[in-house]
Design a protein around this ligand. Structure first.
Ligand SMILES: Cc1cc2nc3c(=O)[nH]c(=O)nc-3n(C[C@H](O)[C@H](O)[C@H](O)COP(=O)(O)OP(=O)(O)OC[C@H]3O[C@@H](n4cnc5c(N)ncnc54)[C@H](O)[C@@H]3O)c2cc1C
Length: 395
């Protein structure tokens, strides 16, 4: 069988397995777990078995080695039922991809099989109380002492901070460097000694942050006070000064993922609206026959489909090995704004019931805005798109 046909078959098998899992395991519990903001332990076990924690990790390290195109489709399908679940494995994969893309041979051998199996889960630690968009403004330091690093500082808004064990931590190894990015490095940090399993001192979680949506997954603080880690294992790539590049380079797939989540939210809001508009009657006919509702449905459908195609395009380009800042930025920007708009319109179509916790619409409405913030705000996406446009089209 040709490689293309085999890949197609593999994708069909994986997507079928995901669909079945979403239908039988996620759908029955998502509403309750989300409203109660409960970490979905049983679903995380399922995701481990499905291989999602290794979805983008190379097979030689135990991962599935999926293409970005297949991965984006998986993310959309899960997000359609419960967006939070996609954050549990995607943040983890962002950490894993940093090691896969930039790590030393020893680091890949050590970390990737553990990450791929989901035995050691984690996320990406960039944001600090005073630095989100302006990543070069971070203050967490990691100072080399012999064969170890000593880390001090605070991270906030970190997905999987509390339930996870590991984190790809953006730090300053040379706080006085100019330009600032040259003093930044990436460390893999863990709560327990990765070799012996003994708890480590100087690393703790602060608050679990309360949120509008994106419930179930933990968003938390990390506090480092003279935390020590082994330099050879932790400093990704073995060289200081490359952390900023790793953080921003890794965001391309993160942006495709956020865009794919946004498509899932928009698709679900649209589907619910199409159904509801046919059964809800006013003035003697289904509201789907009122032109005001038809205008909404038409616009929602066109924008949702356009978002899906932008995600497919960015993922396909990424799979070809191209630099996709612009494509990923366009997909992320457009799909996330669309998710907010479509969820809002879905609420209007549902009237009072859209505001009810018994309907999924209020959850989609709460989940959608995060897509405009995460992995680089939409203000920044438009700036990135514009810069790329100019760079690619010199006058
Ligand atoms: C639920 C949730 C989960 C998250 N998970 C993670 C995670 O796992 N890991 C992690 O590291 N972070 C995470 N974050 C943090 C997220 O990445 C940041 O919130 C985001 O990058 C924005 O940073 P900020 O909140 O500091 O806003 P700021 O950077 O303070 O921005 C405030 C406003 O100013 C605008 N702005 C800033 N600079 C410019 C500029 N130069 N030009 C134009 N406009 C500008 C922004 O677009 C925004 O509108 C998470 C956040 C949330 C809410």
């Amino acid at each position: 069988m040709a490689d293309g046909a085999r890949a197609q078959d593999d994708e069909t098998l994986i997507l079928d397995a995901i669909d079945k899992w979403v239908r039988t395991k996620v759908a029955p519990v998502a509403m309750k777990l989300e409203h109660d903001d409960v970490w979905p332990a049983a679903l995380v076990d399922d995701m481990r078995e499905l291989g999602l924690f290794g979805a983008l990790i190379d097979p030689e390290y135990g991962g599935l080695g999926l293409s970005a195109t297949t991965y984006a489709r998986i993310v959309t399908r899960i997000a359609k039922e419960w967006m939070s679940l996609t954050g549990i494995f995607n943040s983890h994969l962002m950490m894993a991809l940093i090691v896969q893309k930039f790590g030393t041979a020893e680091q890949k051998e050590f970390w990737l099989p553990r990450f791929a199996a989901g035995a050691m889960r984690g996320g990406l630690g960039l944001t600090e109380p005073d630095a989100g968009t302006d990543l070069q403004g971070i203050r967490t330091t990691a100072i080399r002492r012999g064969d170890r690093y000593v880390v001090n500082g605070t991270k906030t808004w970190i997905s999987n901070a509390i339930e996870g064990e590991a984190n790809a931590l953006l730090v300053k190894t040379d706080p006085a460097a100019s330009p600032r990015y040259k003093g930044m490095s990436m460390l893999i940090v863990t709560k327990h000694d990765p070799r012996t399993g003994a708890p480590l001192k100087g690393i703790r979680n602060g608050r679990k942050l309360e949120k509008l949506g994106y419930k179930g997954i933990d968003s938390g603080e990390f506090i480092f006070e003279d935390y020590e880690c082994d330099a050879a294992l932790s400093l990704v790539g073995g060289k200081e000064g490359e952390g900023f590049l790793m953080a921003t380079g890794g965001l391309e797939i993160g942006r495709i993922n956020v865009a794919a989540r946004a498509v899932g939210i928009a698709q679900r809001a649209l589907e619910e609206s199409i159904k509801y508009a046919q059964v809800r009657k006013t003035m003697g006919k289904p509201i789907a026959e009122h032109q005001a509702i038809q205008l909404k449905l038409g616009e929602m459908a066109a924008k949702t489909r356009a978002s899906e195609l932008l995600v497919e395009d960015a993922a396909r380009q990424y799979d070809k090995g191209a630099r996709v800042d612009m494509e990923a930025g366009m997909a992320k920007y457009y799909a996330s704004e669309t998710a907010v708009e479509v969820a809002t319109e879905a609420m209007r179509i549902h009237g009072g019931y859209g505001y009810s916790k018994e309907f999924v619409i209020e959850r989609l409405y709460r989940d959608a805005p995060l897509m405009c913030i995460g992995e680089g705000t939409n203000e920044m996406q438009r700036i990135i798109i514009a810069k790329q446009l100019v760079k690619r089209n010199p006058a």
